[in-house]
Design a binder for this molecule. Structure first.
Ligand code: TAP
Length: 487
């Protein structure tokens, strides 16, 4: 029998202190909360805290603080000194890992085993990795002549989504600080708490005031930050629609931008693949974080002659997954992040069924409170169906078939996006050929959803531009024009 249960574990919530209300973190200190909005636990709809809605004047103050820090202490600091702050932040994240894991799970709805084993340790790893670069930038191959030290842009405005709140913050702040920039960051409206706890970490690490500023709010706050005339560079992760609006709004200005946007990844299974291993990869590919992952393997392309076998094994395995209280260490799937996201998933799945797909979910009783969607497999999907073309961002797998490797490539590339892809096969030569043919920023072979700070991540086409992570990720945060100063 499938085990679907909801058993809140309130005692584990004592691990982290959540304030009743939060101000903004500007110039090294928290402001007094004024206009606030609630942030809720999507697993049970209880209010966790009130957070401040930053208006244009707050954005001005945060940008001014970042400018002062850039032109003052941070801009004059050596890379070696900056690196020490990044190391310190990384260590504090490790020391406070349980607090961050619990807070992230409460605010986001994702299972505690994911925040504990992925979000928090990988966030710390990003700070460790970038700490190492801070005093070696001239060796990163970034400058035009190879002889100049790459220079920071100045004040960076960063806007992040709700699916990996702490991890996206780390992907943004660590390279910005390592390269000598200062930051104003806006977390997503539905998941602001881990960014506010991170502000405490900055204080604990004695990071100079104004180097990192955290302003909470909705899309209007993001827009005010992006359009602020004293912001030199924008780093945005979020939907393709908002990414396009940002690109339009900064067109014609001197602002630099990197846009990490949506995806519709193909996870491609050939008949010679180790099927049991592939089934595990398909599951982690689409059900990790309830499928609310930009690089989720949301389109399964399976070779026609193994389709029935793969789908049967997949369904059997899905019946063993546990959907329930995200705070329970045994839960495999947690809650959907918001009512709006749940409505979007529901509407797209209904559209898929109306267009002819067959819908299947394991037997399950979902909690009455909170935002929940069962793991869902859609078979008989064709390339024109909305569930094959649009990003669902939920625990929904669309299954398509192919006969030849050429057909697999054509179908995988038949998308407006180009963020990631997966290939499951025994043949090394086929992996290399597929990796070359697939228009995706990341191609995983016989695995899926592997993240490492040393490895650049980013997309082609409507998945955006710029890379995060690795040496390539530093490029976005520096100007590499040769210096005109002569000594
Ligand atoms: P969005 O709705 O685009 O929101 C992203 C962030 O932008 C939020 O902080 C949002 O504020 C803010 N925002 C909204 N309107 C804005 C505007 N006009 N100007 C500036 N900022 C604005 O995306 P989401 O729903 O949070 O996240 C899901 C999307 O992110 C998916 O498409 C997913 O694929 C993508 N994503 C991509 C990646 C990479 S690395 N490519 C990683 C994770 C997620 P509010 O929260 O208040 O709306």
């Amino acid at each position: 029998m499938p085990k679907f249960e909801y058993a809140p574990a309130p005692e584990s919530r004592a691990i982290v202190t959540i304030e009743k209300s939060y101000g903004l973190f500007i110039d090294g200190a928290f402001t007094r909360p004024k206009a606030t909005f609630p942030t809720i636990n999507p697993a049970d709809e209880t209010v966790l805290a009130e957070v401040s809605q930053a208006g244009p004047k707050d954005v001005d103050k945060a940008v001014a603080a970042a400018r002062r820090a850039y032109e003052g202490v941070w801009g004059r600091m050596s890379g070696a000194e900056r690196g020490k702050y990044l190391f310190r932040i990384a260590r504090i994240l490790q020391e406070r890992a349980r607090e961050f894991a619990v807070l992230e799970t409460l605010d986001n709805g994702k299972p505690i085993k994911e925040t504990r084993d992925v979000d928090v340790p990988v966030a710390a790893a990003h700070f460790f990795y970038h700490a190492g670069w801070a005093d070696k930038l001239e060796y990163a191959g970034l400058s035009a002549s190879g002889a100049d030290v790459p220079r920071p842009h100045g004040v960076v405005g960063q806007v992040i989504p709700w699916n990996f709140p702490l991890l996206m913050l780390a992907w943004k702040i660590a390279p910005a600080l390592a390269t000598g920039n200062t930051v104003v960051l806006k977390p997503a409206e539905t998941t602001p708490l881990s960014a506010l706890l991170f502000a405490e970490v900055c204080q604990q690490a004695d990071l100079p005031a104004g180097v990192v500023n955290i302003i909470t709010g909705d899309g209007r706050t993001g827009q005010a930050l992006v359009e602020h005339p004293d912001v030199d560079k924008i780093a945005f992760t979020g939907s393709t629609d908002v990414g396009k609006a940002i690109a339009r709004s900064i067109a014609g200005t001197a602002k630099k931008a990197t846009l990490e946007l949506g995806g519709k990844a193909a996870n491609i299974v050939f008949d010679d693949a180790p099927i049991d291993q592939a089934v595990e990869g398909i599951i982690s590919g689409i059900f990790f974080n309830q499928g609310q992952v930009c690089c989720a393997g949301s389109r399964l392309l399976v070779q026609e002659n193994v389709h029935d076998q793969v789908v049967a094994k997949l369904k059997r395995r899905l019946e063993t997954l546990r959907v329930g209280d995200p705070m329970d260490k045994n839960s495999d799937l947690g809650a959907i992040n918001s009512k709006a996201q749940l409505d979007r998933i529901t509407a797209l799945v209904e559209a898929g069924v109306a267009e002819g797909a067959e819908r299947w979910s394991p037997e399950c009783t979902l909690p009455a409170k909170g935002y929940w969607f069962p793991p869902t497999v859609l078979t008989g999907v064709s390339q024109t169906h909305r569930v094959a073309t649009e990003e669902i961002f939920g625990p929904v797998l669309s299954v398509l078939t192919f006969r030849t490797p050429q057909e697999a490539v054509a179908k995988a590339n038949n998308t407006a996006y180009g963020l990631s892809a997966g290939v499951w096969t025994e043949k090394g030569s086929r992996i290399l050929w597929m990796a070359d043919q697939l228009r995706a920023g990341v191609v995983w072979a016989n695995t899926f959803n592997r993240f490492d700070p040393t490895s650049p991540f980013g997309g082609y086409k409507e998945s955006g531009y710029g890379r995060e992570g690795g040496r390539h990720g530093l490029e976005a945060y520096v100007t590499t024009a040769p210096s005109t100063l002569t000594g």
